[in-house]
Design a protein around this ligand. Structure first.
Ligand code: XMP
Length: 224
């Protein structure tokens, strides 16, 4: 289960770069995640044009951390442009923040994904000390899913153990950040978010098939 992170390099024609990868990968992956580089450079309307005939999971990774009303406004715009999921930080709190965003997501049938822990090492400096509070927040705002790292498996396992089964775990950190394909799935994730190892390769469809095959083998191995 793969969600492709599309982060085009700044020297590329971002529109073509993304379109090529969406065309090549849509039928073999479960969704796409678009971050700030593409949204800032192309604008949300151009991003929407790339995905106009795509019906899968389309996540806006703005890692929102604003007051609720403003996050709700951003979410309306993203919804108008075809996104069906948004990522927000948990540390902003419930009242006048995630409660408002959660209501807006429900109203628009958008999936809310909250961050419980991050894949970079700096996550240990602050965020990881609050995992239990962020797990509570996830329940409180009824997130569809959470982000948790493929790079620190003990944390991923802890989050899976302490989170209701219906709540999805999306796990970045595969490839360039060091984790091997399949390892997050083996440790409780529902999806692995995979970016550059696939999207920056010469033949991204072939590389994606290789990653899927590695995931499959790893999952069989860890189920033994
Ligand atoms: P790569 O190219 O390293 O891309 O496979 C990873 C993608 O995932 C994003 N990322 C995160 N997003 N919480 C998030 O919400 C995280 O902890 C995290 N770590 C990486 C990153 O922006 C890129 O798109």
């Amino acid at each position: 289960m793969i969600i492709i992170a599309l982060d085009p390099p700044s020297n590329s024609n971002m529109y073509e770069w993304m379109l090529d990868r969406v065309i090549a990968l849509s039928d073999i992956v479960q969704g796409f995640k678009i971050g700030l580089p593409a949204i800032m450079r192309l604008g949300v309307s151009e991003v929407a044009r790339i995905f106009r005939s795509y019906n899968g999971l389309l996540i806006a990774d703005l890692k929102m951390a604003d007051i609720g009303d403003i996050m709700a406004l951003s979410t309306e715009i993203l919804h108008e442009h075809g996104f069906n999921a948004v990522i927000a930080h948990s540390f902003i709190g419930f009242s006048q923040a995630l409660d408002t965003l959660s209501k807006k997501c429900k109203e628009l049938s958008m999936k809310l994904i909250t961050i419980v822990s991050m894949s970079h090492s700096g996550s240990m400096e602050y965020i990881d000390r609050h995992i239990d509070e962020f797990l509570n927040m996830t329940r409180r705002v009824e997130s569809w899913g959470v982000v948790a790292p493929a790079t620190r498996l003990e944390i991923l396992r802890y989050i899976r153990r302490n989170l209701e089964n219906g709540i999805k775990i999306l796990s970045p950190g595969i490839g360039i950040q060091g984790a091997e394909p399949g390892i997050a799935l083996c440790n409780g994730a529902d999806y692995e978010i995979v970016g550059r190892i696939i999207t920056y390769s010469q033949n991204f469809r072939e590389t994606a098939f290789n990653v899927i095959e590695k995931q499959r083998k790893k999952v069989i191995e860890c189920q033994k």
